[in-house]
Design a protein around this ligand. Structure first.
Ligand SMILES: Cc1cc2nc3c(=O)[nH]c(=O)nc-3n(C[C@H](O)[C@H](O)[C@H](O)COP(=O)(O)O)c2cc1C
Length: 208
């Protein structure tokens, strides 16, 4: 049951360093991100997958010393594409043509709508829009990983500028947004036994 998985999951604070993702699990997690919905399907982000220990240790220092960064098996670093533009939209239309076998002309209206959307945003709005798309993938990943009994700590607590420097993200046209530290919980992590602190449904939902 999905609710059981959502009760089971928690933002893992202590990972068991000895437990690593198997390659088939990694492939499945990649697929989950790949299949995530995004505005128009444009997926204006990339995900860096980091398992190198030296790199994870370096990134921990740029993450307020959070142990999850060094001790998780893998980090999925969601990055938005800086300056997602009309060329990216064109490439997406080409991908649609190739994947569906439909003519380019059949995508004309869709193409125009996307161009309008991208063209209507200033740099700041564009960055915020791209970042929001990556959070959809993060949410999917959190839920699906729980179904697979794989632990994640979502992490926003890091210094973006330092991440950009360590990973040369600017050169790649990327801006770091949010991290999923992925692995397996340690028995010693007391947070796995904490009750879920959530607003009541009355507080959260407004039926009109
Ligand atoms: C976008 C986002 C950023 C977060 N950043 C951190 C973080 O930097 N460090 C951390 O320990 N937990 C972080 N969390 C975990 C939240 O604190 C946690 O999800 C929340 O308290 C609810 O608890 P639960 O996920 O264990 O149910 C983050 C969660 C989200 C969704």
């Amino acid at each position: 049951m999905i609710i059981d998985a959502l009760e089971w999951r928690y933002a893992t604070k202590i990972f068991d360093k000895t437990k690593k993702l198997k390659s088939n699990q990694l492939v499945e997690l990649e697929k989950i991100v790949q299949l995530s919905a995004s505005s128009f399907g444009l997926q204006p982000y990339k995900v860096l997958i980091i398992s190198n220990q030296e790199l994870k240790d370096k990134l921990k220092s740029a993450s307020f010393g959070q142990l999850q960064i060094s001790d998780a098996s893998h980090l999925f670093l969601f990055c938005s594409m800086i300056d997602f533009n009309k060329n990216d939209v064109d490439a997406f239309v080409d991908l649609n043509v190739k994947t569906t076998g439909n003519t380019k002309d059949s995508f004309k209206m869709y193409h125009e709508m996307m161009d309008m959307k991208i063209g209507s945003m200033n740099t700041e709005e564009n960055a915020s829009w791209a970042a929001r798309q990556s959070y959809i993938a993060l949410g999917n990943l959190l839920t699906a990983a729980a179904e697979m009994k794989i632990d994640i700590c979502p992490i926003e607590g890091f210094v973006p500028q330092s991440y950009s420097e360590i990973l040369n993200l600017n050169e790649m046209g990327l801006k770091p947004i949010v991290i999923a530290a992925i692995g397996f919980r340690s028995d010693e992590d007391k947070y796995q036994h904490s009750p879920k602190v959530r607003k009541s449904t009355q507080d959260l939902f407004i039926h009109i």
